[in-house]
Ligand binder design. Structure first.
Ligand SMILES: *[C@@H]1O[C@H](CO)[C@@H](O)[C@H](O)[C@H]1NC(C)=O
Ligand SMILES: *[C@@H]1O[C@H](CO)[C@@H](O)[C@H](O)[C@H]1NC(C)=O
Ligand SMILES: *[C@@H]1O[C@H](CO)[C@@H](O)[C@H](O)[C@H]1NC(C)=O
Ligand SMILES: *[C@@H]1O[C@H](CO)[C@@H](O)[C@H](O)[C@H]1NC(C)=O
Ligand SMILES: *[C@@H]1O[C@H](CO)[C@@H](O)[C@H](O)[C@H]1NC(C)=O
Ligand SMILES: *[C@@H]1O[C@H](CO)[C@@H](O)[C@H](O)[C@H]1NC(C)=O
Ligand SMILES: *[C@@H]1O[C@H](CO)[C@@H](O)[C@H](O)[C@H]1NC(C)=O
Ligand SMILES: CC(=O)N[C@H]1CO[C@H](CO)[C@@H](O)[C@@H]1O
Length: 778
């Protein structure tokens, strides 16, 4: 119980810290100073030269008696220019007015997207992970030399997923390094894991100093998140992989012959924005093709694009031809929770896969319920145990509302010992992990959690008998408890249910659009598997009772989160890159978007976890289909000028946009947020269409990447009342005509208010170029 109190104290302290961050102006804090492109015309300058420039800039701002602060904590000089340093608020504001400085912002703390952030806050990332075999066809194409950079918690190099047997020499263009650490040798890198870097993680308020010291100075993963994501993206085949027998099969990443470079930027407590910027800068210099970032700002504290380290780093990576794939966040199902929404970022939502983990509840009246959960329960069918509901076993002075939710301290331990406890989940801020610990601490022998939202996200309760049901089943179980003097039940060990239908379903936790920054770009972009994913894990038990008796810690784990969805797309992108080496990031993204599927394994439209047809704010254009994406037919290309225009339309001044890119770029005179809809994106979003307004016309340009002679015709599906016209509705490509621009007009006089969704598909008999639109009618 002691640690629970400590934990709750920590939460309390953490909230205090958050509310007092605006304290003294004069206390130096860690700031990021972002200065745009590293040099005009893309020429890379020597790091040393700009370092002294940056120091000079600092010394012009910091008083000489505090000269110890004239030091760059991190220095960015490859993909973009800037640094981080300890500054006071007034120094920061003086710097932000300086010529050449694009933005200055306090180093933000970002979160890993494994589970809901509060699960994560508990420092052990609650869920463990599963595997996803994309397609047999994928295997036949052997990828050439693509390299992915995984910016995360580091890597466990001994994992069988990172073996290099049968993999060729390291590509000669690779310029990265394998940094040694106290528990990481150069020999830990190989032809699969070709690079590893780490960054010193600074103490942040509330962080555990002991853990920071221990994890300093090594690319080795001590959390498990980075090992898991890297192996999802590019792990090699590992036969007979399982989590203590669960999810048994051959584990492999989306792109098994792709090389991995690991950038350790995060600790258990989260990730410093300045360090993420530094890692992106390094990854681009090292020569990666795709960067995977399963991390983001909290949806509650989103900042604009030029104060968001991921958006800044990704912009310059994209400019250098390096694709950046990011998780959408785990703050769903509320709208406006999606993060990493810049148009140059590929934003990934999470779905389930065709497998589920079930543990059956048997009640004393003979009724069965299928709950979900991962447990290594030693209870059996033959022996029943007393069943109690939290509310009925409240501790003295505890309100029933707390006891029914099994809050810490709310239950009478004498009344739960030896029993199976039923807990409700009215308030998602107390994680199921905590509830499990509460009833376990009270010597209960099992937990049945009623949790409609999370019931499909298997929770790993280790050896403790645990299962989760929805409201419907929960109600019946409570009725049963009411109906008898001596209610009893048992929870059977978990079994894996394959071909769980329907799938994919969008995960309830997956963050939803529209983007809170602009509703004129549709986000998230696509969906990929992120529930119950089996992949490599660090073989250590983070928790007593997490390893079944008689077993060694597992080399594989089952985790859920958009963190797990993101590397599926990273792997797919690396795969496409290895086949189409000249394709730009926007082409690869377009290919993965227009070929995504919007049907589930019952051949019905994709749904959300409450069984409603899912809209594009939940799933983007649908679930990725990496094999189809190899031959998309047509692609939507965007270049850096499109993104610069986007920044103008979004509202940044011409001066800012110019200093970002060090060009004479002119913002269009008529820049306005509405024009964002016209960026050549593979989906269309319109934030306002007035009923009285004449039809709104959007343009798009497609590039033919299929056979040169092709004729495509348009097929439109729209919601009732929204009139959508495509001009021309036939596109004829030939050897001389590779690119065609078309217009789409939207007329909303008769449409329903609010968001209307639909799709425009181009068909040529071979390809199916599917785009979706979201139009808000007022
Ligand atoms: C910090 O972490 C270490 C190692 O995980 C642990 O032993 C120690 O108790 C923790 N300290 C605090 C104050 O939580
Ligand atoms: C596969 O793994 C299981 C459990 O980890 C083990 O018992 C079994 O012997 C393994 N089978 C093979 C063929 O390696
Ligand atoms: C599913 O979609 C319906 C209709 O849009 C919505 O009312 C419901 O809240 C959604 N459920 C989840 C879990 O997102
Ligand atoms: C289950 O295992 C726990 C220890 O992990 C033990 O205390 C308990 O008695 C066992 N229960 C049954 C029903 O065997
Ligand atoms: C069980 O009984 C309690 C008290 O009599 C009542 O408040 C509750 O609604 C009942 N629950 C169900 C599911 O019938
Ligand atoms: C905005 O200006 C550009 C030229 O800078 C022009 O091509 C475009 O048609 C204008 N758009 C609107 C909506 O007026
Ligand atoms: C495309 O059509 C042109 C004109 O009909 C023809 O000359 C050319 O061979 C065709 N190309 C292919 C690849 O079919
Ligand atoms: C699926 C699974 O591994 N279930 C296990 C649950 O725990 C019992 C007892 O530890 C095992 O016998 C099951 O195999």
């Amino acid at each position: 119980m002691e640690w629970l109190h400590q934990f709750l104290n920590f939460l309390f302290l953490a909230s205090l810290l958050i509310s007092t961050t605006a304290i003294s102006d004069q206390t130096p804090k860690h700031y990021v100073v972002y200065m745009g492109n590293s040099s005009p015309n893309n020429k890379r300058v020597q790091g040393q030269i700009s370092e002294s420039d940056h120091l000079q800039l600092l010394s012009s701002i910091i008083p000489s008696e505090e000269s110890e602060r004239i030091a760059l904590i991190h220095h960015f000089s490859h993909a973009f220019s800037g640094f981080s340093a300890m500054l006071t608020e007034s120094e920061a504001s003086a710097l932000s007015g300086h010529n050449g400085v694009v933005s200055v912002f306090p180093d933000p703390m970002l979160e890993l997207h494994t589970t809901r952030s509060w699960d994560f806050l508990e420092s052990d990332l609650g869920l463990k992970a599963p595997h996803y075999v994309t397609s047999k066809t994928l295997i036949q194409h052997s990828s050439i030399d693509s390299i992915i950079g995984v910016i995360d918690t580091g890597i466990w190099p001994e994992s069988p997923s990172f073996r290099d047997e049968g993999i060729g020499e390291i590509p000669s263009r690779w310029k990265g390094v394998c940094m040694e650490g106290h528990d990481f040798k150069k020999s830990n890198c190989n032809r699969k894991l070709i690079g590893a870097r780490f960054y010193n993680i600074e103490a942040t308020p509330g962080s555990n100093q002991t853990q920071i010291e221990a994890s300093k100075g090594s690319p080795r993963d001590s959390v498990g998140h980075g090992t898991h994501t890297a192996s999802i993206a590019a792990g090699v085949y590992v036969k007979n992989a399982s989590y203590y027998g669960l999810a048994l099969g051959t584990a492999r990443g989306g792109s098994p012959s792709t090389r991995i470079a690991a950038y350790r930027t995060c600790s258990e407590e989260g990730c410093s924005g300045a360090i993420i910027l530094k890692a992106i800068d390094d990854a681009v210099k090292d020569g990666v093709d795709v960067i995977s970032i399963s991390i983001g700002l909290s949806s509650l504290f989103q900042s604009d694009f030029l104060s968001d380290p991921i958006a800044i780093g990704a912009f310059h990576a994209e400019q250098m031809g390096v694709m950046v794939v990011c998780s959408a966040g785990n703050d769903g199902p509320d709208p406006f929770t999606v993060v990493n929404t810049a148009p140059w970022i590929f934003t990934i939502a999470a779905s389930n896969i065709d497998r589920n983990f079930q543990s059956t509840i048997v009640l004393g009246n003979g009724k069965y319920f299928q709950g979900t959960g991962i447990n290594f329960s030693n209870l059996t069918h033959s022996k029943m145990h007393n069943l109690v509901f939290g509310e009925q076993v409240a501790a003295k002075f505890s309100p029933a509302s707390e006891a029914r939710n099994c809050y810490p301290g709310s239950l009478d331990y004498n009344k739960i010992a030896g029993n199976i406890v039923v807990c409700a989940n009215d308030d998602p801020t107390v994680a199921r992990r905590i509830k499990k610990l509460v009833v376990q601490d009270g010597r209960a022998i099992g937990l049945i959690l009623i949790d409609e939202d999370n019931k499909d996200v298997p929770f790993d309760a280790g050896v403790f008998p645990f299962t989760e049901v929805g409201n419907l089943e929960g109600h019946q179980i409570l009725q049963y408890i009411n109906s008898t003097k001596n209610p009893t039940a048992t929870i059977l060990p978990t079994t894996e249910v394959v071909r769980y239908k329907p799938s994919p379903i969008v995960a309830s936790f997956s963050s939803r659009g529209p983007s809170s920054l602009t509703e004129n770009i549709l986000k998230p972009d696509v969906m990929a598997p992120g529930i119950g994913i089996l992949a490599a894990m660090i073989p250590k038990s983070t928790d007593p009772g997490s390893v079944p008796i008689g077993n060694n810690p597992s080399l594989f784990g089952i985790k859920s989160g958009t963190s797990m969805a993101c590397p599926h797309v990273t792997g797919a992108a690396a795969f496409i890159k290895s086949v189409h080496q000249n394709w730009s990031p926007s082409m690869i993204k377009s290919a993965l978007m227009t070929t995504a599927t919007n049907y589930n394994n019952l051949r019905k439209p994709l749904t959300n976890s409450s069984n409603y047809i899912a809209d594009p704010h939940e799933i983007g254009v649908g679930e990725i289909n990496p094999v189809k994406a190899l031959y998309p037919g047509l692609v939507f290309e965007t270049n850096i000028e499109d993104y610069l225009r986007f920044l103008c339309y979004f509202g940044y001044s011409q001066k800012k946009v110019r200093s970002m890119f060090k060009t004479n770029f002119d913002c269009p005179k008529n820049s306005s947020e509405d024009l964002i809809s016209n960026i050549n994106y593979p989906s269309i979003s319109i934030s306002t269409l007035k009923r009285q307004q004449k039809p709104k016309v959007i343009t798009r340009t497609v590039t033919n990447v299929g056979s040169p002679n092709a004729t495509y015709t348009a097929k439109v599906r729209s919601s009732e009342g929204l009139v959508v016209k495509v001009i021309p509705n036939k596109l004829v490509f030939s050897e001389g005509v590779q690119r065609i621009t078309y217009k789409v007009s939207f007329y909303g006089k008769e449409a329903n208010g609010g968001y209307n969704f639909g799709s425009l598909t181009w068909l040529d008999g071979h390809h199916y170029v599917h785009t979706v639109f979201a139009v808000k009618v007022e």
